[in-house]
Design a protein around this ligand. Structure first.
Ligand SMILES: Cc1cc2nc3c(=O)[nH]c(=O)nc-3n(C[C@H](O)[C@H](O)[C@H](O)COP(=O)(O)OP(=O)(O)OC[C@H]3O[C@@H](n4cnc5c(N)ncnc54)[C@H](O)[C@@H]3O)c2cc1C
Length: 503
């Protein structure tokens, strides 16, 4: 951008946010020669999937596995990173009541850890839940607590689901909607759960044993994507915050972006937004009706921070991450980034642990200073039975992430429906991604919504608000069906000669 007090820029598509969703829309449009521009508020791309670094130690905002059943998403990851996309074996355990449990639970080890009496009670409570369901005495689960209790029994729920889930969300499990469990644990059928519990996860198709990972962390994917976009005429402007989105009725005509002291006016034919949908509603001008703003205010988020500790230890434990279920610890999960990719540490004799704290802006943890947080994380790592000594801890740093999790509370569905209906009414605005649609999505489904939004601009017709339906459609494709779809898409691309070529 040129250094003018208020510059006007005209483009075909304005994309708000340079996270996985925004960049994916840009990537798809770039491939089809459509002129687009990406505006990113932060000083780097990647959003929640960025990689931060401190003294050469690289770390994610929580470990980011790359796993998908959506072929088109996987193809994009491969195209962007090629050989830098490595395969990482998965190992993670649960820490509860002073002991480590394999995750997924392996029967004999779990029983040994729990002891005979507790194990017996767990089996009884599991059978009771099954019997209740068999006799038709259980109603449709409404909350996370109901859903898990219905599947696994009350005791297993209390030990392996309740404390960790409440750490993550900061609200009791009986206030979290069952949708969350259904979305995250859905593919694990009851039959598989039992097989897992009895024989370990190798018999399960749902719980994967390896995952893909960029050699230098997830940010590498998105930084490389940014380079490709810029090389091919799609600028990505960092440190550029969208402060106003101007509309006339249900048509967006201009976006006002702020870069330092300078403001820019961007006009476009189409607008794709991956910023939090609540913030978007408050930036619309003229503002939306009061009932829409009230719905936006009704949606809430959970924030997150990670304390990365640098330890003078070559080896600590083999897991990629550990879940800390014990309620006496504030830390929720511990990442060992070296076990994701050795290139994440600059010195193979050291270890970098990411101590993850789930919190909410303004609460006790969030309000602690960085020094206090490093002290808390150090105390907790010493108390956990991981063999760390005080003299091992060399240094630490803190990264905070606002709006890390869209919250699925009892009211969210009603509020989100209001926003969805309002946004659907726009001629040229699509919201995509995790916070853009208030969906608890991983990168792949955040990207899928963005990919389909771009395809809509290219002339296809996808209902991105019903992406779950669309997703399972994609996931169930055979290779032959995929080939047919690609052929059809290629033909429709050939018909689209009137697209604006990239600048
Ligand atoms: C702890 C944790 C662990 C996770 N683990 C995994 C995992 O293992 N695997 C996985 O696939 N996914 C994981 N995820 C989910 C993943 O991070 C998200 O799905 C993904 O980052 C969402 O991409 P997005 O582009 O929709 O949103 P975001 O990543 O939130 O990106 C949105 C972008 O918009 C920018 N923005 C916001 N407002 C404005 C504005 N006004 N103007 C300009 N720009 C703006 C933001 O700065 C941001 O860069 C995890 C998430 C968390 C919190």
């Amino acid at each position: 951008m040129k250094s003018k007090a208020r510059e006007e820029i005209a483009t075909s598509v304005v994309i708000i946010g340079g996270g996985p969703a925004g960049l994916t829309s840009g990537y798809e449009l770039m491939k089809h020669g459509v002129k687009a521009i990406v505006l990113e508020r932060a000083d780097k791309v990647g959003g929640i999937s960025r990689t931060e670094s401190y003294k050469g130690y690289r770390f994610d905002i929580g470990g980011h596995r790359f796993f998908t059943k959506v072929g088109e998403v996987k193809a994009i990851w491969q195209e962007i990173l090629g050989d830098d996309f490595i395969q990482t074996p998965r190992l993670s355990r649960i820490y509860y009541d002073g002991k480590f449990y394999d995750y997924p639970l392996a029967l004999f080890k779990t029983l040994r850890n729990l002891g005979l009496v507790r194990s017996f009670l767990i089996v009884i409570s599991y059978l009771r839940a099954k019997l209740k369901r068999y006799l038709g005495l259980s109603s449709t689960p409404q909350t996370f607590e109901d859903w898990v209790t219905d599947c696994f029994g009350a005791r297993l729920y209390r030990i392996f689901f309740k404390t960790y889930t409440e750490k993550v969300w900061g609200i009791p499990c009986n206030q979290i909607r069952a949708d969350w469990a259904a979305q995250r644990i859905k593919n694990l059928s009851l039959k598989e759960a039992v097989i897992n519990a009895l024989f370990g996860s190798k018999n399960s198709k749902s719980l994967i044993k390896t995952f893909d990972y960029p050699r230098l962390g997830p940010g590498m994917m998105w930084e490389r994507c940014q380079e490709i976009l810029e090389e091919h005429g799609t600028p990505v402007h960092l440190n550029t915050e969208v402060v106003r989105v101007e509309r006339e009725g249900r048509r967006i005509h201009t976006v006002i972006a702020k870069q330092g002291d300078r403001n820019f006016e961007l006009t476009g034919d189409h607008f794709i937004s991956s910023m939090p949908v609540t913030a978007l509603m408050h930036r619309l001008h003229p503002p939306p009706p009061d009932y829409v703003l009230a719905a936006a205010r009704g949606l809430t988020y959970r924030d997150f921070l990670i304390v990365s500790l640098i330890l003078d230890r070559a080896y600590l434990f083999p897991d990629n991450w550990l879940y800390i279920h014990s309620p006496e610890f504030k830390v929720g999960r511990i990442q060992n980034f070296k076990n994701w990719s050795i290139a994440m540490v600059p010195d193979a004799n050291k270890t970098c642990l990411g101590m993850e704290y789930f919190c909410s802006e303004g609460d006790g943890i969030w309000e602690m200073t960085n020094t206090q947080l490093i002290e808390l994380a150090s105390q907790e790592i010493l108390k956990l039975n991981l063999g760390v000594k005080a003299s091992d801890i060399e240094d630490g740093c803190v990264i905070r992430q606002y709006k890390a999790y869209p919250v699925y509370d009892g009211e969210y569905r009603r509020h989100l429906k209001v926003l969805e209906d309002y946004i659907r009414g726009f001629e040229n605005l699509q919201t995509v991604g995790r916070n853009g649609m208030h969906r608890y999505n991983n990168q792949d489904h955040s990207m899928l919504s963005a990919l389909l939004a771009a395809k809509n601009i290219l002339g296809e017709e996808h209902d991105i608000w019903n992406i779950n339906v669309e997703r399972s459609y994609h996931e169930n494709f055979t290779d032959q069906e995929w080939a047919q779809l690609k052929q059809k898409t290629a033909e429709s691309r050939a018909d689209r000669k009137s697209l604006t070529p990239a600048a």
